[in-house]
Ligand binder design. Structure first.
Ligand code: NDP
Length: 457
């Protein structure tokens, strides 16, 4: 049977673009259908603008300690200038992504695609049907908004980048990546910031030292934390939004933002017409080669709910193309993914947390806490934390967790060693680089404490 295309990709985000580009490079006739902007969440309203705003917000910390290095700084902040600069940069990246697709011959179709069968997709605006030997769903995810009265008055990370003006105050709900990153961004830019979270400490699932260290850092930066509480209703209050909490308290805020997780973009995609199996919360079920329950339909990235991270989506897209179009079956190992939280202080982490490792066997834990050198001339007392978790027998490194400046950059490199099953002895053999914070990782002498039979000794 002949088709219009070898591959139709729905969604031009990180996973879809990589898959399309690689498949075309291997000779496939490919089209990408995108209803918004090429680049997806990461480029347009995620990682890239977020990191740019993180840089903007970090000047505050630098200005605070500048006088300890002899600088006198009289600074003011211009929000529209930042928004405009961000827009220029993401537009540049969008063009780069577009030309990277066009170079190997991928056709970009600006429309909304709806699956109509195992090998067909209808273009909504174009009102025509296309056929393909294979379809790749790479539609990503969107912010989840709790169903409460007045929810439409809140913003999400989608809107936060382009607010017409900085709010006088903001209430952010959530305790995950987006919540803590945006809390530090807004606080750093001078907004009176409150974070409300249903749990008892931010970043559930992260190593306890990272959670408590970040919590202290947030408080230190003037961010108010309200725990074990949720927003139950929102209402208009003049220019403000009034938030009512689960404990009955209510207060007005210049803006309210939900950072309560992300859900796969599957609504109205027509997956049921092809018989694609979808799990809880709309997650598309795939096997390790990203193939759905329908052999001609694949899915990569956030829509598959495996790990909602750009580099993971890129790798899934790439390996899909390798497997299907280069006769080179590859699947992504999701077990050891380094990740960073670009809050202030920053967190970088790879491998098991202390708690997870302790339930896995006997372990040794090495922890260094110290004031980063940059702070030593100032009165800032914030401490950096570097933690190494190793197996008692053999010394295999099971987890590394870093809180403090450049944690993300460090953990990316450390992840290579951890992925190669490095041991404490391998770390010890490495000559320290002085003066650096990272040198602590290769100069630990004896464990700070140990776990035997699941108990801290
Ligand atoms: P997360 O899953 O990280 O956090 C969601 C938070 O919202 C959790 O604290 C959760 O609480 C809370 N929550 C969920 N549902 C509700 C509800 N109904 N009412 C109140 N609170 C609720 O999601 P994010 O949106 O922060 O980020 C989405 C994903 O995007 C991340 O998991 C991450 O993979 C990725 N990301 C990565 C970044 C990076 O690499 N630096 C940056 C930003 C996002 P609880 O803990 O109790 O479940």
């Amino acid at each position: 049977m002949s088709y219009d295309y070898d591959l139709l990709v729905i969604g031009a985000g990180s996973g879809g673009v990589r898959a399309a580009r690689m498949a075309a490079t291997y000779g496939a006739k490919v089209a990408v259908i995108e209803e918004f902007r090429v680049g997806g969440t990461c480029v347009i309203r995620g990682c890239v603008p977020k990191k740019l705003y993180v840089y903007a917000s970090r000047f505050k910390d630098q200005f605070d300690i500048a006088s300890s290095f002899g600088w006198q700084v009289d600074a003011s902040f211009d929000w529209p200038a930042l928004v405009a600069a961000k827009e220029r940069e993401i537009t540049r990246l969008e063009h780069a992504y577009t030309s990277n697709l066009e170079k190997p011959g991928v056709e970009i179709i600006r429309d909304r695609g709806v699956v109509t069968g195992t090998n067909s997709v209808r273009l909504v605006a174009g009102n025509r049907e296309l056929t393909a030997e294979r379809i790749l769903i790479a539609t990503g995810a969107r912010p989840f908004i709790p169903e409460i009265p007045g929810a439409e008055l809140a913003i999400t990370s989608n809107e936060a980048f382009d607010l017409p003006a900085l709010p006088r105050s903001i209430l952010i709900e959530g305790g995950g990546y987006v919540a803590v990153e945006f809390a530090t961004i807004f606080a750093g830019l001078g907004v009176d910031t409150t974070l409300i979270y249903r749990g008892d400490c931010v970043l559930r699932g992260f190593d306890e030292d990272m959670r408590r260290g970040l919590e202290a850092g947030l408080i230190d930066r003037g961010i108010r934390l309200i725990y074990q509480t949720s927003i139950t209703a929102l209402s208009e209050a003049g220019d403000d939004v009034r938030a009512t909490f689960s404990d009955g308290v209510s207060a007005p805020y210049g803006a309210v933002m939900f950072a309560t997780g992300r859900r796969p973009n599957v609504d109205g995609l027509g997956l049921e017409s092809a018989g694609v199996k979808v799990n809880d919360f709309g997650v598309i079920a795939v096997d390790k080669f990203s193939q759905t329950s329908v052999p001609s339909i694949y899915a990569v990235g956030d829509v598959t709910g495996r790990a909602q991270l750009t580099p993971v989506a890129i790798r899934e897209g790439w390996y899909f193309a390798e497997t299907v179009y280069n006769n080179n079956p590859l699947w992504v190992d999701h077990s050891l993914i380094p990740t960073a939280v670009f809050a202030e202080p920053e967190i970088g982490t790879v491998g098991l947390t202390e708690h997870e490792a302790a339930t896995h066997g006997d372990i040794d834990v090495y922890v260094a806490r110290f004031r980063p050198m940059q702070n030593t001339l100032s009165t800032r007392t914030e401490r950096m934390v570097l933690k190494l978790i190793t197996e008692k027998d053999g010394g295999k490194v099971l987890g590394v967790h870093i809180l403090g400046p450049s944690a993300a950059e460090m953990i990316q490199i450390v992840a290579i060693a951890v992925g190669m099953s490095a041991t404490k002895a391998d770390f010890d053999r490495t000559i320290a680089l002085h003066p650096s914070a990272a040198e602590e990782l290769v100069t630990f002498k004896s464990p700070s404490y140990i776990y035997r039979n699941g108990h801290k000794v």
